[in-house]
Ligand binder design. Sequence first.
Ligand code: UDP
Ligand code: MG
Length: 324
Amino acid sequence: MLISLIVPCYNEEEAMPLFYREASRVAAAMKASHGADFEFIFVDDGSKDGTLRVARELHDADPRVRYVSFSRNFGKEAGIYAGLQAARGDYVATMDADLQDPPALLPEMLDALLTGDYDCAATRRTTRKGEPRLRSWFARLFYRIINKMSDTEIVDGARDFRLMSRRMVDAVLDMAEYNRFSKGIFSWVGFSTKWFDYENVERVAGQTKWNFWSLFKYSIEGIVGFSTTPLLVAAAAGVIFCVAAFIGILFVVVRALLFGDPTAGWPSLVCIILLCSGVQLFCLGIVGEYLAKTYLEVKHRPIYLTRETEQDRDARRGGKVPHA
Ligand code: UDP
Ligand code: MG
């Protein structure tokens, strides 16, 4: 039995050795308890620090360590996809490099899959300790909105830390869409999932890669990727405004017939025009967002581009590539 651990890394040179140490400790324990072999796949997402160097060093010291290095930063979702493609394991786990996804949970998660009742063991954090208040509030709001709008259930607090069976991994790989929102994709493919709760852990080293703006964009991506309800909202707004306008027309006509037509109401007219054109632009923006996603999707660009993998390194060191 082979288990692949996929670790997307963007500027994680400090965290990687710590992750490797902890993961190897768990791997040794699981070799003894479950007879499981491991491979660690670090996906270097176009890092600007020594992430690739660390990956090479880890691979040289331990052939179980594999890596894929991107030509530039493609984002964590692309990293997960690349890792899933590279993984050879019967079971595949995705986890962060910063040890916020504790490898110590893996034995329990594997036990759940080995019962045969589940194809996926997923984790969610029950607390958001150490996170700014405002961010937690917006995160909760996001989960409320997206779950109202989307048929795909997006679980609040769910991490991207999952252990999946080969069946489920193949299903996820079949979804070769360009706009990848993993939380949605994992849920969309279905299969029975067992949830594991744990308390939030702070990252061991390095910096978080997300700021408020990038999280906001990510949330819009999730909503647009897994729901078309905003389009319905736009259409509904149009209907509501038409009805209001119709009532307004009736009112104005009747009033003019009964009381004559004094020229007044300029300020109210300006307000109405501003409001209506605002709503129009907003709805156009919603439509535009879907159009943009469609545009990117139909281009069929590759999800990531590889600069180097551990196979290139082995080939070069084995002297099989003459010019290297
Ligand atoms: N990550 C990545 N590409 C990116 C941003 C992040 O591969 O463009 C990786 C990062 O190296 C880490 C994981 O995604 O392993 C989660 O990132 P981070 O810990 O910064 O997110 P947080 O836990 O703060 O939400
Ligand atoms: Mg983290």
